[in-house]
Design a protein around this ligand. Structure first.
Ligand SMILES: Cc1cc2nc3c(=O)[nH]c(=O)nc-3n(C[C@H](O)[C@H](O)[C@H](O)COP(=O)(O)O)c2cc1C
Length: 336
């Protein structure tokens, strides 16, 4: 039974049901995200690994499950003035402000580099009105170098400053409009955690046509310099990432998986503070089909590949033949 092989041996209900030991080489680490085949479940998180080959000297990008670019917008953006990154206890606050080269230069300069990665590429797309997202996705959609889009919906709408990802109707309409413009690529929607009920937003994204969800984006936060009494970030507030948010993110992945995604077979890419294979495993047991690593890349750019190798060994040691068998297999305590 699936739930038995998914349990650590010391918790296994019947040790006789455990499979004979697998070797790391025989463990099937592949996963599928809405029809896109990934050789293993580790990805880079948007905004922490550049557009394509910037990290090539520091890690073997071809060993990733997939690569996710930083957010691309219709027009080039300089982003916010410094300071736009500040370290916090167990985390990092950033207010980069979507600095990027814009759609034209992305197509001309960066897309030709994408095949050099040797893995599926998801382009993260941001905008400030529906037409921004639709334009970027429509233009990139026919390009064979791109497997899918990850919509960053944590951006304020120009009309009223409210984020797309915090309003179910608006999110459904946005995703629906992009869906109508995209024929070749898969559509992933990246959810913001800065909402009261993330499940409602997850369902709205699916209703609009999302084929996969990624969660979570950063948590809104602030740090104040106690000498100057000024905010540490020039933007005053920013997004918190790193180990500080991991339990929050695991919880949200679990909520979305059990209440929304599982019954509709929508895969989740989980992220938020992952540093090692145990962190990644928590997300997978909570319901993530794949995991993305962001802030930890600043410490160890080879982290995703190490995590994939370590997860493979973990599964082999427990005689689990396929990574996908452990997705969502957290064993909840009986209700008291
Ligand atoms: C410096 C930095 C830049 C980021 N830029 C983006 C971005 O451009 N688009 C986006 O969707 N998420 C962006 N994120 C959010 C990450 O992709 C990720 O969702 C979040 O940081 C949680 O994962 P982590 O704790 O592993 O970093 C950024 C995060 C950081 C730290």
């Amino acid at each position: 039974m699936l739930w038995v092989i998914g349990m650590p041996p010391e918790h296994s209900a019947d040790k006789r049901t455990r499979r004979p030991a697998a070797t790391p080489a025989t463990v099937d680490m592949s996963v599928e995200i809405a029809g896109v085949q990934l050789a293993n479940p580790t990805l880079t998180a948007s905004g922490t690994c550049g557009y394509a080959l910037e990290y090539a000297a520091h890690t073997d990008l071809s060993q990733l499950g997939a690569f996710t670019t930083k957010s691309i917008t219709r027009e080039a953006r300089k982003g916010n003035p410094p300071e736009r990154i500040v370290e916090t206890p167990a985390g990092m606050l950033n207010a980069i402000g979507l600095a990027n080269v814009g759609l034209r230069r992305f197509i001309e300069e960066k897309v030709p580099q994408l095949p050099g990665l040797g893995v599926p590429v998801f382009v993260n797309v941001a905008g400030h009105c529906v037409e921004d997202y639709v334009t970027v996705c429509r233009e990139l959609d026919p390009l064979s170098e791109i497997a899918g889009f990850e919509l960053n919906v944590s951006c304020p709408n120009v009309s009223d400053g409210l984020e797309f990802g915090t309003q179910p109707d608006r999110l459904r309409d946005l995703v629906g409009a992009v869906r109508g413009a995209v024929k070749e690529s898969i559509l992933i929607v990246k959810l913001t955690p800065n909402v009261t009920d993330i499940c409602t937003l997850a369902q709205a994204a699916i209703d609009g046509g999302a084929q996969a969800l990624s969660l979570v984006n950063t948590f809104q936060g602030m740090a104040i310099n106690t000498d100057t009494w000024r905010p540490m970030l020039a933007n005053s507030s920013g997004g918190l990432s790193g180990p500080a948010i991991k339990p929050l993110a695991v919880y949200l992945v679990h909520q979305v998986y059990h209440n929304v995604a599982k019954r509709q077979s929508i895969p989740i890419i989980g992220m938020g503070g992952i540093r090692n294979w145990r962190d990644a495993l928590e997300f997978v047991l909570a319901g993530a089909t794949a995991v993305a690593i962001g802030t930890a890349l600043f410490v160890d750019p080879d982290g995703p590949n190490k995590i994939a190798r370590d997860l493979r060994k973990y599964l082999a040691d427990r005689g689990i033949a396929a990574f996908r068998d452990i997705i969502g297999q957290v064993q909840l305590h009986p209700e008291v």
